[in-house]
Design a protein around this ligand. Structure first.
Ligand SMILES: Cc1cc2nc3c(=O)[nH]c(=O)nc-3n(C[C@H](O)[C@H](O)[C@H](O)COP(=O)(O)OP(=O)(O)OC[C@H]3O[C@@H](n4cnc5c(N)ncnc54)[C@H](O)[C@@H]3O)c2cc1C
Length: 410
């Protein structure tokens, strides 16, 4: 049997490795991995800021699945079969020492993504695996085999794994024909949008908060629908970023908004406190220090510069706290619970994925085989699956690659 894998990113590389390792009955004669870049795993090398957040240290699969805004149900079987724990053990068994950081992200102890890539390159030293650094420019079915065309060659395969990644990677110069090939075989590509982006605001007051981090806040994104996430965020010179914002951007990936028709982000800065508790606490603090300026009083609860911007937006002078009216105190509390940021756009973050892809209804979740074309498998971001930050997207690439490899070798 001859297997072609299109795309030498995370999913394609894992597929090639596992096809070789799991072929216990020696049914595979040759595995050819096609990559249009001059190196394999170019994006993989950049992941996690060059450190490669290879998976999550969250080993509770039900919890893991909550980190996929799209595709969680489909992913269930493959993630049980090749879970974060399996991935952890697999890389360790191939000589990579891994560490789990406080936020449960898993990295090589060396903080170097090349450790991960080297695992694959070592496996490919086997005589069955061939690497072709050339873009696949066309694909079709020829009798019961797949024809894969490069600029100057045509290869025939019994089975093919399509692992060409997502569609929002044009900046990296990647040629992604994957969706077109899938469509040619009759597959539907769902609507595509960037996921895991930072959010932009044109509010200059918000820009002055650059560098301030808010942990454990509740984010509510309002546009056509409401999207809610609890997490952390950081103010940037253009708007907001950080894990909570990336998650909100993924949840709202298909919302349309811009400067002329913005979205609204409401930050509950103290989600543990209800309005009445907060009012009680603020009033107590005010009784204890009536001469204290109101901004100083609020900064017992939230960062000082944010308190100042809040007062500016509420048009409340920064006077002695005892001089602030009950009505204004209520407005301040309301703003702490619902601090408003007008969102005028998305900013491509340092980590982003494509939301949308090959329609999961047309793919077998156990083997990643097309339900329309026998022998055609998919793996990774080309599928309509995307996860939050924290290693969940690479985990999806590993798990779907595993399912495809097992589906082919079983
Ligand atoms: C900057 C950045 C950092 C990230 N960091 C993390 C992280 O730390 N942890 C995490 O979990 N996720 C991270 N992600 C997301 C993660 O990298 C992707 O979800 C994952 O790489 C998807 O793997 P893939 O193999 O499906 O696609 P890709 O990694 O995109 O690989 C697809 C490959 O197919 C090749 N290809 C495409 N078309 C063709 C063709 N016609 N012929 C030949 N080859 C072709 C491409 O060149 C590419 O190498 C990050 C993403 C970015 C952009």
């Amino acid at each position: 049997m001859r297997i072609g894998i299109i795309g030498g990113g995370a999913a394609g590389m894992m597929s090639a490795a596992l096809l070789y390792e799991k072929d216990h009955e020696n049914r595979i004669g040759e595995i050819v991995l096609f990559e249009c870049n001059t190196v394999l795993g170019r994006k993989l090398a950049l992941t996690g800021g060059g450190r490669c957040n290879v998976t999550t240290g969250n080993f509770d699969i039900a919890e893991v699945l909550k980190n996929y805004p799209r595709g969680a149900n489909f992913l269930k079987k493959s993630i049980y079969d090749f879970s974060p724990k399996h991935v952890f053990d697999w890389f360790r068994s191939h000589g990579v020492k891994l560490k789990v950081e406080e936020d449960r992200r898993v990295f090589p102890v060396t903080d170097n993504s090349s450790d991960i890539i080297d695992v694959f390159l070592n496996i490919y030293k086997n005589p069955k695996t061939k690497i072709k650094k050339s873009p696949v420019i066309d694909m079709w079915k020829e009798m019961d085999r797949f024809a894969v065309r490069l600029h100057d060659e045509i290869h025939l395969f019994d089975k093919v794994i399509m692992a060409t990644g997502g569609g929002y990677n044009t900046n990296s110069g990647i040629i992604n024909y994957g969706y077109a090939f899938a469509q040619k075989f009759g597959h539907k590509i769902t609507k595509l949008a960037p996921g895991l982006t930072s959010l932009e605001t044109n509010d200059c007051d918000i820009h002055t908060l650059k560098g301030i981090t808010l942990s454990n806040i509740k984010l509510r994104f309002l546009k056509k629908d409401e999207h809610v996430f609890n997490g952390s965020c950081v103010f940037t010179h253009k708007g907001l970023s950080g894990p909570g914002i990336f998650a909100i951007s993924s949840l709202s990936a298909f919302e349309n908004y811009d400067e002329s028709d913005p979205a609204l982000l409401l930050l509950d800065l103290l989600p543990e406190e209800n309005f009445e508790n907060l009012k009680h606490n603020l009033e107590q603090t005010r009784l204890n220090s009536p001469a204290k300026k109101i901004s100083n009083l609020i900064s017992n609860f939230i960062p000082k510069s944010l308190a100042e911007i809040m007062l500016k937006k509420l048009k409340i002078n920064d006077k002695k706290s005892s001089e602030v009216s009950a009505k204004d105190l209520n407005r301040i509390i309301d703003s702490i619970k619902n601090f408003q940021v007008v969102i005028t756009g998305r900013i491509s973050g340092s980590e982003f994925v494509t939301a949308g892809g090959v329609d999961l209804n047309e793919v077998d979740a156990a083997t990643m085989e097309s339900k329309l074309v026998k022998g055609l498998h998919f793996a990774g971001e080309i599928l309509n699956i995307d996860g939050f930050t924290g290693g969940y997207n690479l985990q999806c690439a590993w798990s779907t690659a595993h399912a495809a490899a097992i589906g082919i070798t079983k």
